[in-house]
Design a protein around this ligand. Structure first.
Ligand SMILES: NC(=O)C1=CN([C@@H]2O[C@H](COP(=O)(O)OP(=O)(O)OC[C@H]3O[C@@H](n4cnc5c(N)ncnc54)[C@H](OP(=O)(O)O)[C@@H]3O)[C@@H](O)[C@H]2O)C=CC1
Ligand SMILES: O=C1O[C@H](COP(=O)(O)O)[C@@H](O)[C@H](O)[C@H]1O
Length: 484
């Protein structure tokens, strides 16, 4: 049932930061999986680039270890790994100096797709773009892939866009938000625009509210230094949750192609109202007997960075005026789950009387784990007890629907890198989208800074701070349970 794999054109992909955490955990194991699926041509080449003084064999050995550590066990076949490694090379290069650039130029082939993945700190993006240009390594057809965070506010995002635009056209720039590469996130568009069923109901007349939850059980891990300067608002809300919100709320694009989709997403971001401070809660996880608190994990005993955010967003347009979108995300919560729940309004009149209780249809789209879709519908309680109503789920998990083939669904990074090679920007953010997202986020963060806001504590393994529950309660609503 999973679609046939169509090989991409031959390519040279340079990964700046090829020895870094992201490359080892996601990018290189992802490319290996695409190789195994037959999507990556046998001649294609992947060139790692970093300052470290490694040779190609040392790089291959590092990648071998990374594949074994970060791929699923049954993906690891020694012969396939060795064949894949033959396609790898390495160049020791300094993004800010002259070292390595002529060698890189010497390794690149003509007549193939050239892509450059900037998997390095964003402060190096401008330097790399400039040196690719000065050394005549990139040409007008080349693509660059830039990682998040794309700036830390509107001003820095604009500066970054400007730096990249000096040497690359917008059609050459692929700004990654890996949530857009997740299978269920794309399914969101298939559900909305591939079925006649939902779209007529997809508006404030029928939808009471929408909840978007991205809950993590992990803490800041080894990224404390980065995270403590960012916090959940910059790390998750400005990008991943914003993209989910856009896909849920946007008007149907005329076509499933890059600018049609991105124009519609941009309209949503621009229609967002400023967030009322009463409708936002920041949290920071507190220690339990067995678990350290955020401040210990982040290495700053006085940190005021938030590891949790919950907020109410309102969209001022004809479709959504009056319908709240509740967003929340946090680290060290009780379960790992990402879910979008569309909670429909009550039926206008109950013919079953007050004893039947209150029943609502809820469409829940589970992004991860157990990817799938559930529709909560109301039915009669079976048995002789009269006309009593209960809610039951119409449930579809991809694993059940697709069987073993669900295993072959590429993960977000695999899919997005293949889209870069294919030259398809639909699932990448455009520069104006990123700027608009910062324009909405900046006043929220500035407000916290001005008020010297202290995040509310929440226990590791809980659902988040009490204040977030109260925020919903005041609106006469309830968060959905955080569970896998
Ligand atoms: N790790 C993650 O889970 C995620 C990371 N990201 C983003 O991905 C990017 C990379 O992150 P991550 O892999 O964690 O970072 P790491 O610090 O683990 O790796 C950085 C890489 O960049 C190389 N590097 C550093 N300075 C230079 C330089 N001057 N010239 C050339 N290469 C250099 C390093 O090698 P060397 O020191 O040898 O030069 C290393 O390979 C960042 O933008 C990050 O925000 C985004 C989402 C998740
Ligand atoms: O970009 C990021 O995403 C991860 C969560 O990604 P997921 O695919 O595991 O849901 C998050 O942990 C990290 O802090 C953030 O930078």
């Amino acid at each position: 049932m999973v679609s046939r794999v169509i090989p991409v054109d031959d390519f040279d992909l340079v990964i700046f930061g090829g020895t870094g955490d992201l490359a080892r955990r996601k990018i290189l194991p992802g490319l290996y999986r695409r190789y195994c699926s037959g999507q990556m041509p046998d001649q294609a080449r992947i060139i790692g680039a970093a300052r470290g003084d490694h040779d190609a064999d040392e790089f291959r050995s590092m990648v071998r270890d990374a594949i074994k550590e970060f791929s699923k066990k049954n993906d690891c076949d020694d012969d396939k790994i060795e064949a894949f490694l033959k396609q790898l090379d390495f160049v020791s290069i300094d993004a800010r100096g002259d070292k390595g650039w002529p060698e890189l130029k010497g390794l690149m082939r003509d007549g193939v797709v050239k892509a450059f993945y900037f998997s390095v700190a964003p402060s190096l993006f401008g330097d790399i773009a400039e040196r690719l240009h000065l050394n005549e390594i990139a040409d007008a057809q080349s693509r660059i892939v830039v990682e998040k965070p794309f700036g830390r506010d509107l001003e820095s995002a604009k500066a970054l866009n400007k730096d990249l635009a000096k040497h690359f056209e917008e059609t050459q720039i692929y700004r990654i938000d890996h949530y857009l590469g997740k299978e269920t996130v794309q399914n969101l568009m298939a559900i909305r625009f591939g079925n006649i069923l939902f779209e007529p109901l997809w508006n404030s007349q029928y939808v009471d509210h929408i909840q978007i939850t991205v809950a993590e059980t992990v803490g800041v891990g080894g990224r404390g230094e980065y995270y403590d300067k960012s916090g959940a608002m910059r790390d998750m809300v400005q990008n991943h949750l914003m993209q989910l919100l856009c896909l849920i709320a946007m008007e149907p694009p005329a076509r499933f192609e890059p600018d049609s989709v991105r124009d519609e997403k941009l309209k949503v971001i621009r229609a967002l109202e400023p967030v009322d401070p009463h409708h936002i809660v920041r949290g920071q996880y507190a220690a339990t007997e067995s678990e350290a608190d955020y401040r210990t994990d982040a290495g700053d005993p006085r940190s005021r960075t938030e590891s949790y955010v919950a907020l109410r967003a309102m969209i001022s347009n004809w479709r959504w005026a009056g319908t709240p979108f509740y967003l929340r995300t946090g680290k060290k919560l009780k379960a790992r789950t990402s879910e979008i729940a569309v909670v429909f309004k009550d039926a206008p009149h109950s013919i079953f009387g007050p004893d039947a209780g209150r029943h609502r249809n809820i469409l829940s789209i589970r992004v991860q784990p157990n990817e799938g879709i559930t529709m909560q519908v109301t039915i009669k309680e079976p048995g002789p007890g009269g006309m009593r109503l209960i809610d039951v789920p119409l449930d579809m998990t991809f694993a059940e629907a697709l069987g073993e083939e669900a295993e072959d669904i590429p993960d977000a990074y695999e899919r997005l890198i293949m889209d870069v090679i294919r030259g398809n920007q639909t699932l990448f953010m455009r520069g104006d989208e990123v700027e608009a997202a910062w324009a909405w986020t900046d006043p929220i963060i500035q407000g916290w800074e001005l008020r010297n806001d202290v995040p509310k504590p929440y226990d590791v393994g809980s659902s988040g701070p009490e204040d977030a529950l109260m925020m919903m309660h005041r609106d006469g609503r309830r968060w959905r349970e955080i569970k896998e």
